[in-house]
Design a protein around this ligand. Structure first.
Ligand code: PHE
Length: 346
């Protein structure tokens, strides 16, 4: 019997050792130690044994039971550990994989150009002034020497909200507001950037919504040469150091005299190309000396003070600088267009 028990033990230990999962291990347990096992049978038959043999079989059976149950416990532990390790291995995150790139936004081309122009004028001592986009007819036109019946209104008419309120067609009303707010009527230099609106038929170069920067300088002894010098600095900063500008006579009700300003073509160096339409010159802005009526409307003595003013379309400058040929591209927020202006890549 002792040999039988020894055989059970060695068989069981081998089976436990070879076992790979919990289910099989349970089966082994019932096979060797369960109610119907050979071991239990031997235990049951012990009563019939002689005293001496009973003792030996008793000792042996204890030894076998302990050995098998210890082996079962050990094996169960290691099976659990193995399956945990396997799971960890499978669930492992590969931190060496490249991450999903976060797309950073970029500054809008109109913002880039606006800030560039602002920086330039700030460096020349100008203030940057803001104003409302919904304006009164009075500030948008009347105070600017454009009475209700004036034909020049046609070129600038905008979207009226009431008889007296409209979306501003230019940023000039901001200049009126600043002059009125200037209580001591002291000389000043300012630019006013902002969105503007006009009743325009939209096409590749026109939009009912666009943005402007207008400038106004008022002081003593301000002359056309100050205006020309200032615009020359502006044109060279925006379009290259060797640019020239020229003045063409024009008309604006709020300036007298008034001019359109052209810049020598940066693309062909004035030889003539499709950008300057063969002329060598590109129109960039309107300007002039502030009309005495405008100064007087705002409480400035026109016999003491003069001023110059100019207005430039930001889309126009940006399109020339970056070769954009459809103004709508600025407003449709297409990432493919906007990503071209990522400063990091420029
Ligand atoms: N206000 C004019 C416009 O919107 C531009 C301009 C400003 C012209 C100042 C002359 C002087 O067209």
């Amino acid at each position: 019997m002792v040999e039988k028990l020894e055989k059970i033990k060695s068989e069981a230990l081998k089976a436990i050792n070879d076992c790979l999962n919990e289910v099989d291990l349970n089966n082994i347990k019932s096979k060797y130690m369960g109610k119907k096992s050979e071991f239990t049978e031997i235990m049951a038959g012990m009563a019939k044994l002689l005293q001496e043999e009973k003792k030996n079989v008793g000792i042996k059976s204890n030894e076998v039971r302990t050995a098998i149950s210890e082996a079962l416990d050990e094996r169960l532990k290691s099976i659990k550990a193995e399956s945990l390790n396997k799971k960890l291995e499978q669930d492992k995150i590969d931190i060496s994989l490249p991450s999903k790139k976060v797309r950073m936004g970029t500054r809008h081309p109109l913002t880039i150009v606006r800030e560039e122009i602002e920086d330039l004028f700030i460096s020349m001592g100008y203030d940057v002034v803001d104003g409302p986009e919904i304006e009164t007819d009075n500030y948008a036109f009347e105070m600017l020497n454009l009475p209700k019946s004036h034909p020049a209104r046609d070129a600038q008419d905008s979207f009226y909200i009431t008889e007296e309120m409209l979306l501003r067609p230019h940023t000039s009303p901001v200049q009126i507001r600043s002059m009125l707010a200037n209580e001591e009527k002291k000389p000043f230099k300012l630019i006013c950037p902002g969105k503007t609106y006009r009743r325009d038929d939209d096409d590749a170069t026109h939009s009912h919504q666009f943005s402007q920067i207008e400038g106004l300088v008022v002081g003593e002894n301000i002359s056309l040469s100050d205006l020309k010098g200032t615009l020359e600095v502006f044109a060279r900063k925006m379009f290259g150091r060797s640019r020239e500008i020229r003045f063409r006579s024009s008309f604006f009700p709020f300036t007298e005299p008034s001019y359109e300003v052209d810049v020598s073509c940066f693309n062909c160096d004035s030889k003539g190309c499709n950008i300057c339409k063969g002329t060598g010159w590109i129109e960039i802005l309107g300007c002039g000396m502030v009309h005495p009526n405008v100064l007087e409307n705002c409480g400035f003595d026109h016999t003491k003070y003069q001023g110059f003013a100019f207005g430039v379309g930001i889309e126009r400058v940006a399109s020339l600088k970056y070769g954009v040929n459809n103004i709508r591209d600025y407003f449709t927020n297409d990432y493919r267009f906007l990503s071209n202006f990522d400063r990091k890549e420029m």
